[in-house]
Ligand binder design. Structure first.
Ligand code: FAD
Length: 423
């Protein structure tokens, strides 16, 4: 049984100043019960958001989230916090736009500040051909009612003065495509906010409990075998991100997924320099840069390139990302990197997600998030919860079925979002 949590407000925070008992844990650790209506495996962003929507939108009472580690230890708190909906294809852009809209109101909805910062995300072009490709993407977005603005070189420098055209830059920048409502959201606040809201609705959050297998009875799944014993469940949802392939192995069905490392890094704090999110790709190199509230430059690039579960980032990729960053912003050449880390991503073979039934009628997969799944968390949770509760996939996720790999209806969003490994 969860204890009620206080509602945060300016007055409540003022009262808290004089009270010893205001601050409560955001959720109470739960012990597994014998039986649940729904068991969700994985307390990352997608598992937590699915649990919250199952409880809030569909009134399902007995829900457990089972996490092998501690909540938020996975990719949900390892990412570079970028949220956007600047996709080319309708299969993706309506879904990600739904997610961005939900992010815009998430702090209020969860009564928890997730620090949504619409600072703008700009994709940069360094050739005329790339400007044409960006214009095509921008037009597709605008036709779908999503904000997009193509900037020529002077317009870009007005938007991002750090791209000072007089600095000696190795590759010219011709312009960019900006989505102004896109930006960043504090990643661990998203995990904590959903966990707090789900717990308040009665969801059991069971940490340090690994799911080791699935039990079946008369052709349907009947529960999960865990490191804390067997848990019976009417429905089971796997939202394990980088471990999606391992779940396929567990169920005896190979999934079109490879687990790859993606790394990110942060520099020492510097004065405000980068006011938006800059995304820059040239040739094989790639970098995206944003500046944190504490002043560190947060940077990421392409996948490390070798399937792995280790979370040990490769040095060659670190070097490549830093070189790209300096090619883009020569003024940061003397800045030191403070730390870097990696997460394991479940890369599908078309770079788009999988939200579908998995082998059994009452088992569901919410995965294949590649390296772009943070921005999808609010929409994925709402849509996956509808699928689990009603048995019917909402239109927004109809294209994310597993069967697209058998029928050849892949979602080929290359160059405009998450894509499979490019070697
Ligand atoms: C360095 C990096 C930068 C990124 N940057 C961005 C970005 O800027 N924008 C963006 O949109 N996306 C980004 N991503 C991708 C995004 O973080 C992921 O796609 C998304 O977080 C994955 O979903 P999740 O949050 O549910 O995953 P996770 O947080 O990884 O949750 C899955 C959970 O399942 C648990 N689990 C696994 N197996 C079991 C088991 N057998 N039993 C119990 N529990 C289990 C894991 O311990 C884990 O906690 C980035 C990823 C990385 C690594």
């Amino acid at each position: 049984m969860q204890t009620p949590r206080p509602r945060y407000s300016a007055a409540a925070l003022l009262r808290a100043r004089f009270s010893r008992h205001f601050w409560k844990p955001l959720w109470n650790p739960a012990k597994p019960q014998d039986h649940y209506d729904v068991v969700i495996v994985g307390a990352g962003g997608h598992g937590l958001s699915t649990a919250y929507h199952l409880a809030r939108d569909h009134g399902i009472k007995r829900i457990a989230i089972v996490e092998k580690n501690i909540l938020g230890y996975g990719n949900v708190a390892r990412n570079t916090t970028i949220v956007r909906s600047n996709y080319l294809l309708p299969e993706n852009h309506y879904f990600y736009e739904d997610s961005l809209r939900r992010y815009e109101g998430l702090s209020r909805e969860l009564n928890y500040n997730v620090m949504y910062s619409p600072r703008g995300v700009v994709d940069l072009a360094n050739s005329d051909d790339e400007m044409v490709a960006l214009a095509r993407r921008g037009n597709a977005m605008r036709l779908a009612g999503i904000d997009a603005q193509l900037l020529d070189r002077p317009g870009l420098v007005r938007f991002a003065p750090e791209l000072n055209p007089y600095l000696p830059r190795r590759y010219p920048i011709m312009g960019g495509l900006v989505q102004r409502r896109a930006g960043t959201v504090r990643h661990d606040a998203v995990a904590w906010g959903y966990a707090r809201a789900a717990a308040a609705l009665g969801v059991d959050i069971i940490e340090r409990c690994e799911v080791l297998g699935l039990t079946t009875q008369a052709g349907v799944a009947s529960g999960v075998e865990t490191s804390l014993g067997h848990i019976r469940a009417d429905r089971i949802v796997f939202a394990v991100a980088g471990h999606t392939g391992a779940i396929g192995t567990m169920l005896g069905i190979p999934l079109p997924v490879e687990t790859h490392l993606l790394q990110a890094m942060v520099s020492e704090p510097i004065k405000p320099l980068v006011g938006s999110v800059l995304i820059y790709m040239y040739g094989h190199a790639e970098v995206y840069i944003t500046q944190s509230d504490r002043g560190g430059l947060v940077m990421g690039g392409a996948l490390d390139g070798m399937p792995s579960y280790t979370r040990e980032p490769a040095w060659h990729r670190l070097e490549e990302i830093v070189q790209s960053a300096v090619a883009l912003l020569p003024q940061i050449a003397g800045v030191k990197i403070l730390r870097h880390w990696a997460g394991t991503n479940d890369q599908t073979m078309d770079g788009s997600p999988l939200i579908d039934r998995l082998k059994y009628d009452n088992v569901f997969l919410n995965g294949g998030w590649c390296y772009g799944g943070f921005k999808a968390i609010p929409a994925s949770g709402a849509a996956c919860a509808t699928l689990v509760a009603t048995g019917t996939a909402p239109d927004l996720i109809r294209n994310f079925r597993l069967s697209r790999f058998a029928s050849g209806h892949m979602i080929d969003e290359k160059g405009a979002g998450p894509y499979p490994v490019r070697q």
